[in-house]
Design a protein around this ligand. Structure first.
Ligand code: SF4
Length: 701
């Protein structure tokens, strides 16, 4: 930190990493970001974590793409390109040549072979870029085969929320915990993955709030917890149903709230009879008396919130897990008041906004169904175009399966890295290699760009204008502090150029134009204008007037469902898909670490973050390491039915003896070589959190 003499200019923007959406001030000197400070945004009040404070320098990394690249004739596709030495596989091209090749290849597939082009957009891009991307696929190719990484993180939470509450976003901001007296944090590790949100959770306990932490790993918040329930992986439904059973059996539910605001209560009540804690304790590994005490504490709260993460959503029963959490809140009347609410902690900085902007195969912007003729015609009227398919499109993993089946032949991928992020990633990589035409738009030569025919150099967060929406429904203004390096361009401008070369009559002068078009068909943006965001930096949706900063709490007077009532949807116990056996006796779970973000393309190119956490690693219980004859820091081999990797092992008492935790940021030990692609039937999200695995000392023949 320093004074104004330390920098030439300062620009207010938003941290590019997690869904907390901390506002930052970028201090720039001689065309480079010198340092970053937190400012007084609604979600962070000046706070930043290590990523936000020190993880900015990737934008200056020597690997940045500065010119368009095209694949050399006959160069093989695969993970064979050194980002610092790509010349054997790619050659530089002018923008004109690269865009003609990119658009020409996609147009040929469209015109000769029908609907064989699909798109992955990005939750790292702005709302305007997400909106343009889904519009390009729908208007330009006539179908809805467009998706993004929400499919890999909270799709099942959104499915359950849409079904039972009528809206996929949080009902209360996480900051509302200051008005709570009880909070459940389940299936997430905010200390590492939403660190600034975690500071609010810790403050809540300091002033006497009861924190109930539930996770198969003993995550960082356990030190602050009144109850730490380290349950068996995959046993969420049995544990949550046992807690709700107690609330019913002991008459602790809020009958007045249930009568006024919900439906299907009798069916839920009947269903829960099968789940007494005494019967469930063996299944979930939590003593019946603890389950009962947690039930009493939650039901006795004046105001309670439930926070959850991908430990809930990334299961084949992820939608059922979320249904249980929704039912628990509803039966206790814990929605729609200060300090009460449901809050899935969103992962990426703009995964909420990208989903709101329609970057999903079943919904147009604002979750308006693609199958509704009136909805489609409202959009085509604004777009001045013909109709497009009423059929839901394919999701992320389904698109890659369709490539294998020969039904998808070309893709446009913006800012996503499926060659690292998808389950059973060798299957995903094979699909990328099979594509006849792949256009990748990114800031680095990512693992996915290794498979591209054309690579379009794009802009990092500090180089672009645009809005992003955080986990709290706060739409925030991102501003450019730097010009993109070399010939790199802002993503929205590249997508517009591509659309024009695909024959679409698109004219936008700036992201502000795009935002204005979005607002025409997105009620969530009522009273939120570009100018207002320029002035105020952030507005929470819904905003009820041009002066209203937005509603931190929603659904106090009913739900956006047909009859205004939320619904109880009973959930039964479904075991994980890939259960341990004699060959694969342990459970593998994957996730993130504090210092690294997702597939590592940004944070592993940040000096400070990479210095703190430079090496691929996994965590095992000390007793497990002893049994294997491996010292902490030694190498282990992890093998599942999909493949095998060697990785350094750390001793960690927070991991149960029959589990291994593996971060997915490291290409040299790619976690997703091991993960199971089995899907939740509703959210179509893969079961990243549970695979049967064999763990051995590496190098032993
Ligand atoms: Fe960035 Fe999230 Fe850290 Fe805030 S908590 S500084 S948004 S990574």
């Amino acid at each position: 930190q320093g004074d104004s003499a330390d920098y030439d200019s300062e620009v207010e923007s938003v941290c590019p990493f997690c869904g907390v959406g901390c506002q930052v001030s970028l201090k720039v000197k001689n065309g480079k970001i010198k340092y970053v400070e937190g400012i007084n945004g609604p979600a962070n009040e000046g706070r930043l974590c290590v990523k936000g404070r020190f993880g900015f320098d990737y934008v200056h990394h020597e690997h940045r793409l500065t010119k368009p690249l095209v694949r050399r004739e006959g160069a093989p596709k695969g993970l064979n390109v050194d980002p610092g030495n790509w010349q054997e596989v790619f050659r530089e091209a002018t923008w004109d040549e690269a865009m003609d090749l990119a658009a020409g290849g996609l147009a040929r597939l469209r015109d000769d072979r029908g609907t064989t082009v699909a798109g992955f957009g990005s939750a790292k891009c702005t709302n305007e870029e997400a909106y343009l991307f889904q519009k390009l696929i729908r208007q330009g190719f006539g179908h809805n085969n467009v998706d993004h990484c929400t499919r890999l993180c909270h799709a099942s939470s959104v499915a359950a929320l849409m079904e039972n509450v009528g809206s996929g976003a949080v009902t209360a901001t996480f900051n509302q915990i200051e008005h709570s007296d009880v909070a459940i944090v389940i299936g997430c590790n905010p200390v590492e993955n939403h660190p600034v949100a975690a500071t609010y959770f810790k403050q809540f306990t300091k002033r006497g709030g009861k924190l109930i932490v539930m996770d198969p790993r003993g995550v960082g918040l356990r030190r602050f917890a009144t109850h730490m329930l380290q349950f068996k992986p995959g046993a969420d439904v049995s544990m949550l149903n046992a807690i709700m059973h107690t609330i019913v059996e002991e008459g602790l539910y809020d009958q007045q709230y249930i009568d006024a605001f919900t439906e299907n209560w009798e069916a839920e009540k009947e269903h829960l009879k099968q789940f007494p804690p005494e019967k469930m304790e063996a299944l979930c590994g939590i003593p019946a008396e603890t389950l009962r005490q947690v039930a009493r504490d939650f039901a006795g709260a004046k105001a309670a919130m439930i926070f959850w993460g991908m430990g809930i959503s990334q299961h084949i029963h992820g939608t059922d897990n979320s249904r249980c959490l929704i039912s628990l809140a509803l039966m206790c009347g814990q929605v729609g008041r200060p300090g009460a609410g449901l809050h899935p902690l969103r992962g990426q900085n703009n995964v909420q906004g990208a989903s709101d902007a329609g970057l999903i195969p079943m919904f147009l912007p604002d979750y308006q169904p693609v199958g509704d003729d009136g909805v489609r015609s409202a959009f085509t009227e604004v777009w001045k175009s013909g109709d497009f398919s009423a059929e839901k499109g394919l999701t992320v993993t389904e698109i890659l399966d369709a490539v294998h089946a020969g039904d998808i032949k070309g893709m446009y991928i913006l800012g996503e890295n499926p060659a690292m992020s998808d389950p059973d990633v060798e299957h995903a990589r094979d699909a990328l290699a099979k594509l006849e035409h792949l256009v990748v738009q990114d800031i680095f030569l990512t693992e996915t760009a290794n498979y591209a025919d054309v690579i379009l150099p794009a802009s990092g967060f500090a180089e672009k204008s645009g809005t992003v929406t955080n986990t709290n429904r706060q739409v925030q203004m991102g501003r450019p502090a730097l010009a993109p390096p070399g010939e790199a361009r802002e993503d929205w401008a590249i997508t517009v150029d591509l659309a024009q070369r695909l024959g679409l009559d698109w004219h936008y002068d700036s992201p502000a134009d795009v935002f204005a078009e979005m607002a025409l068909n997105m009620k969530s943006l009522s009273n939120i204008t570009w100018d207002r965001l320029e002035r105020e930096n952030a507005v929470t949706y819904p905003s009820l007037s041009p002066q209203d900063p937005g509603q931190a709490i929603v659904f106090g007077d009913g739900f956006p469902r047909a009859d205004g009532r939320a619904r109880f949807t009973p959930a039964s116990v479904i075991p994980p898909d890939d259960l341990p056996d004699a060959d694969y006796p342990m459970v593998l779970t994957t996730g993130r670490q504090l210092e690294h973000w997702h597939t590592g393309s940004m944070t592993r190119r940040s000096k400070v973050l990479d210095a703190v956490e430079p090496e691929a690693n996994c965590s095992l219980h000390p007793s497990t390491l002893r049994q294997l004859g491996v010292e902490p820091g030694g190498m282990v081999r992890l093998t599942t039915k999909r493949g095998s990797i060697d990785v350094m092992a750390r001793a960690d008492r927070a991991v149960a003896p029959d589990m291994v935790f593996l971060p997915f940021a490291y290409v040299e030990a790619a976690a997703n070589i091991l993960t199971n692609p089995a899907l939740d039937p509703y959210g179509k999200i893969p079961e990243f959190k549970y695979s049967a695995v064999r763990v051995e000392k590496a190098g032993v023949v």
